[in-house]
Design a protein around this ligand. Structure first.
Ligand SMILES: NC(=O)c1ccc[n+]([C@@H]2O[C@H](COP(=O)([O-])OP(=O)(O)OC[C@H]3O[C@@H](n4cnc5c(N)ncnc54)[C@H](OP(=O)(O)O)[C@@H]3O)[C@@H](O)[C@H]2O)c1
Length: 254
């Protein structure tokens, strides 16, 4: 897959799946825009991107729960690179909680995991129309069914919403030649579990436990998920839109 001269925005690129995705695009000669809050993480990923093919990525430090910051992603990308070919709406947080806890966590999950994708997609559609570009949303197998032994209700609902967003927008934008797809990972070794409020040791236990449950006996690597994202955003996937693509070592079969 060759992304020479393609401008790719990856949200949540300071860590985990987003970081691996940004680096993989850079290795395929893309001009990458990396978005996140954590400056140390963003700088580290920027160095890895630049080391790949010598192309300096654009860092946009942004909190996606701020509309002004989301708007900055679109304006800075156009200022620096002049166009947009691919948007990867990857940023997300594993908000845990029960319906008994009140509506605050639900609001936070929507504000982090769904609203920014909706807003940013709307803002850049005009640019994707010009390039006949495409969007990949990073959802989760948690969009299909609750996570059994852990209270992740707000998170699951936000990802189910994201999948419907993918389908609705794929239909809406198809007439403009813009494709929209979703990658739905199962357990993937990243700081995600700790970011959801577990200790490091608990996070290790969650991943070890998952390995014993998943039919293929392992969790995903970030690079594997990144490969699927790149494929869907590439010319090879030109007939694919509105698709929900699971990469989960068989998790949803259990
Ligand atoms: N790991 C898994 O097992 C798994 C499974 C299924 C789906 N996923 C999905 O995969 C995606 C990536 O997660 P990950 O596993 O790579 O976790 P991660 O390592 O914790 O990365 C999450 C990324 O999202 C960014 N982010 C979160 N809230 C943000 C905000 N308000 N503003 C800007 N950036 C924000 C973080 O950036 P900063 O810290 O810099 O703000 C970070 O770069 C998420 O959508 C997640 O739901 C993960």
């Amino acid at each position: 897959m060759d992304f020479t001269d393609k401008v790719v925005i990856v949200t949540g690129a300071s860590s985990g799946i987003g970081a691996a995705t940004a680096v993989l695009y850079a290795k395929q000669s893309a001009k990458v825009v990396i978005v996140g809050r954590n400056e140390t993480g963003l700088n580290k990923v920027a160095q890895q991107c630049e080391a790949a093919k010598g192309l300096k990525p654009l860092i946009v430090k942004a909190d996606l729960t701020s509309d002004e910051d989301v708007k900055k992603i679109a304006t800075r990308t156009i200022e620096i690179f002049g166009k947009i070919d691919v948007l990867v709406n990857n940023a997300g947080v594993g908000f845990r909680g029960s319906v008994r806890d009140g509506v605050e966590l639900f609001d936070q999950a929507m504000a982090s995991n769904l609203r920014p994708a909706y807003l940013l997609t709307g803002l850049i559609t005009q640019h994707l129309m010009k390039t006949k570009g495409n969007i990949v949303n990073v959802s989760s197998v948690a969009a299909f069914r609750p996570i059994k032994d852990l209270d992740f209700t707000p998170y699951c609902i936000s990802k189910a919403g994201l999948d419907m967003f993918t389908k609705c927008v794929a239909l809406e934008l198809a007439r403009d030649g813009i494709r929209v797809n979703s990658v739905n990972p199962g357990g993937t070794k990243t700081p995600f579990v700790e970011a959801a409020g577990f200790t490091k040791q608990q996070a290790e236990e969650v991943f070890e436990n998952r390995k014993t449950i998943y039919p293929l006996g392992k969790v995903c690597t970030t690079e594997e998920v990144a490969e699927l994202i790149l494929y869907l955003s590439s010319e090879k996937a030109r007939s694919i839109t509105g698709g929900i693509f699971v990469i989960d070592n068989g998790e949803i079969l259990t």
